[in-house]
Design a protein around this ligand. Structure first.
Ligand SMILES: Nc1ncnc2c1ncn2[C@@H]1O[C@H](COP(=O)(O)OP(=O)(O)O)[C@@H](O)[C@H]1O
Ligand SMILES: O=P(O)(O)O[C@H]1O[C@H](CO)[C@@H](O[C@H]2O[C@H](CO)[C@@H](O)[C@H](O)[C@H]2O)[C@H](O)[C@H]1O
Length: 470
């Protein structure tokens, strides 16, 4: 289903992709090699096309994925401009089939999203394969709303019934978010939103399956863990002559419940995906991989060079281990991936780090990667409040505030770690300490690159953690 694109269409699509939050190629030199339509949703009015297209992006600097990436573009083509969608206009160009068309990002378009939802409840024939799990009747009368905020993908809520995540960077093969949600849903885990369905594309061009979207339970009573943590920090700053355990918004109880929830999720994952005890060579391989990631990171963030020797020492301590136990983990856990609901903590987004190739994200890993990810978030929260200034002008002097910020991080880290180790039965000493230190260091290195590329104003956060300053 490939059509020749005009230069106008390609230029508009390139501009739009470059500015999208979900585009992972920011800061790199890239070109738009191809955009092809891979499926059309049935049921659109005459003259309108609701399509799914794949954009192939090639990087000048290459990388582990062979230098190209595929991005999913759900598009809605209309014969007239749509005032209601002005903010989501991708461009206007001549289309072979429709003539002159106004083209919009379909995730903003309620009419287009209604066709997607309908396809989950009555899967149409064709290359787009909509799957549903038994046990939930979708509410087809709901309106769609695109979630705003910073995201690697696009999430669309259908009333308070379902949430659809449209994956933006897609790769042939199994998407861990779908696979893990399916396993945890079928295992009856209380710490994830139930999986309702998913969308596969059987791609003729590559003769592979690409997983394009996931439909899951909408968590109605959810509060974002990151927002709750920031509120707690602000509360502390407002009362900076009090300790973290004395202010109303103390987070330690929640941090502990998060530790317990993570241990329970790890136990469910271990029961349903094989757990492997890897030998010393794997521990050395881990040190090599973290070292290689550091080398690449220094090229992107030269400020990391100051800390390179210390970071290498931390990674090299992995070489003293007899082995590493690995299993399926979350892979990119932070407070923004947690939701506090009236029924306890839920963990979302099991896709792993968006920057990693899919094959790597599916590999089993140590549970300490997830523990480290969450601990880094406890370090981020007070630094973000201090950096963005909101709530810092009340009460506290700067040095008092910094002291309290360090106290907030340490208190919540301890509560989280204590609950995690109690629930899982592992000791946070010896081998575990070496692993945790290495994963913490590796995460900081990852964050430095992530911030340099996406939020340069926040690069000081991982760098301050390396420098040991608040
Ligand atoms: N099942 C759900 N119900 C309600 N909100 C959710 C649900 N899953 C995720 N969210 C919200 O959507 C946001 C984006 O989800 P996430 O899976 O992290 O997407 P991304 O892959 O784009 O980072 C989360 O921060 C959370 O606030
Ligand atoms: O949620 P994503 O899968 O898109 O994860 C990416 O973005 C995160 C930021 O949104 C980033 O997390 C970093 O910033 C958080 C605060 O915004 C902080 O809580 C995390 O500890 C920190 O790592 C994540 O690393 C990145 O993969």
């Amino acid at each position: 289903m490939s059509a020749q694109r005009s230069d106008v269409a390609l230029a508009d699509l390139r501009t739009w992709i470059a500015e999208a939050r979900w585009f992972g190629g920011k800061g790199r030199e890239w070109s738009l090699v191809d955009v092809r339509c891979v499926g059309v949703l049935p049921g659109a009015p005459d003259g309108v096309r609701v399509a799914i297209e794949l954009a192939e992006v090639a990087y000048a600097d290459g990388d582990g994925s062979g230098g190209t990436e595929l991005y999913q573009l759900p598009l809605a083509y209309y014969p007239e401009p749509q005032d209601r969608l002005e903010h989501a206009l991708v461009g206007e160009w001549d289309d072979e089939e429709l003539g002159h068309a106004w083209v919009y990002d379909a995730v903003h378009d309620r009419q287009a999203m209604a066709l997607w939802l309908k396809a989950f409840s009555a899967p149409p024939p064709g290359e787009l394969m909509f799957h549903s799990l038994a046990g939930h009747d979708l509410d087809l009368d709901t309106h769609s709303t695109l979630f705003s905020g910073e995201q690697s993908n696009s999430s669309v809520a259908f009333g308070e019934d379902a949430l659809m995540k449209v994956f933006r960077k897609v790769t042939p093969g199994v998407n861990p978010d779908i696979a893990i949600h399916q396993v945890l849903t079928e295992a009856g885990s209380t710490h994830v939103a139930s999986l309702y369905g998913w969308l596969d594309l059987v791609d003729d061009e590559t003769n592979t399956t690409i997983q394009l979207a996931m439909l899951q339970q909408f968590l109605r009573t959810a509060s974002d863990g990151w927002d709750l943590a920031l509120a707690s920090v602000r509360n502390l700053y407002a009362e900076a002559d009090l300790h973290a355990d004395e202010v109303g918004g103390d987070f330690a109880g929640e941090a502990a419940r998060l530790g317990t929830a993570l241990a329970e999720v790890h136990a469910d994952l271990a029961a349903h995906f094989p757990v492997e005890q890897r030998d010393a060579a794997t521990a050395a391989g881990l040190a090599d991989a973290m070292g290689a990631r550091l080398r690449e990171a220094v090229a992107v963030v030269p400020e990391l060079a100051t800390y390179e020797a210390t970071l290498r020492e931390t990674f090299d301590r992995l070489r003293t281990l007899d082995g590493v136990e690995v299993q399926q983990v979350h892979g990119d856990l932070h407070l923004g991936q947690t939701l506090r609901t009236s029924k306890g903590w839920k963990i979302v987004d099991f896709e792993g780090e968006p920057a990693k190739p899919l094959a790597e994200r599916l590999k089993p890993d140590s549970v300490w990667r997830d523990v480290a990810g969450m601990i880094r978030s406890f370090d981020y929260a007070p630094r973000v409040v201090a950096l963005t200034g909101v709530g810092t002008d009340i009460g506290a002097e700067a040095d008092q505030r910094d002291y309290r910020a360090a106290e907030w991080s340490a208190r919540n880290r301890a509560a989280f770690l204590d609950a995690y180790t109690t629930q899982s039965g592992v000791q946070a000493a010896g081998t575990a300490e070496i692993l945790l230190d290495a994963y913490l260091a590796d995460k900081v290195v990852y964050e430095a690159v992530y911030e340099a590329r996406n939020r340069p104003g926040w690069l000081s956060i991982p760098l301050a953690a390396l420098g040991g300053t608040q």
